[in-house]
Design a protein around this ligand. Sequence first.
Ligand code: UDP
Length: 323
Amino acid sequence: MKILVVGGAGYIGSVCAELLLNEGHDVAIFDNLTEGHRAAVDPRATFSEGDLSDRQSIGAAISTVRPDAVMHFAANALVGESMENPSKYFRNNVGNGLNLLDAIVESRVARLVFSSTCAIFGPPDRLPIDETLPAQPINPYGESKLAFEKILRWYDQIHGLKFIALRYFNAAGASEKFGEDHRVETHLIPNVLQVALGQKPEVAIFGTDYETPDGTCIRDYIHILDLARAHILALGSKKSDFYNLGTGGGSSVREVIDTAGKITGRKINVVEKPRRPGDPPRLIASSEKIQRELGWKPQFQSLDAIIESAWKWHQKFPTGYGD
Ligand code: UDP
């Protein structure tokens, strides 16, 4: 298939593009390089630099590539930032995303795979989080992704656009070539590994008074390669649907830090800080639906394997993509 990967120079998009290319698909990447990196564009893909705020630019990319399907990763994805600047999240994740949808409809692209998030749920009434739980986001990031999911339903009903929305839990780890490099790093695992590399003096623990066994937040960390495989399976689905995507296991912030200390053999200094606004205490996925319906199965179940792959990448590329 010919796939247009929008946001394909970012962390998750770059690994998905790599896997698509490995499987023999043709890949074109569209990215504005604000969060993404030119060096994260797989050399086997074609690249065009553009921004979703520019309706003509995405329209031109789609009519040039004429893709069989589009994967949409181009969004802002930081809970903390969204609590300070909601406008950025609604404008980019919803408004600019509409430009992409309209271009897709205009060019009659049949399928879309959309990067959604567990942040649409907010603090759940029960765990693990399956698709039947109500969506009650507690931050503008989750709200913006939920709004886009709802828009997708209408575009399916009215325009016949078939989509799969994948609600990622915490993407982590790396492939051999592509890994996590944000210009301002806010994510836990890369921050911990930057301490291990001696690039940062300490890592903050945001909140030690949550109602969890060790008082720190619990997240379901899923290996980026498992996540990427789910996108490939999603391409083969004929219907529109929503799937939660995690391993079904949970690790606390302290467990992540301890595991990283063990794997890197380095001392990780920590500093305890207040809670970060917008953080739910526990998020753990039920991925039963995608396992049952699309045959997805995570190959990396342990936090050790996830952190090991990230550590390998960060050691190989200590300054990330260097831009
Ligand atoms: N976190 C932390 N210190 C950091 C970064 C994150 O304690 O330097 C916590 C954060 O509050 C959350 C968890 O680690 O409870 C995972 O955060 P991350 O930003 O990696 O992903 P998110 O769950 O926000 O998507």
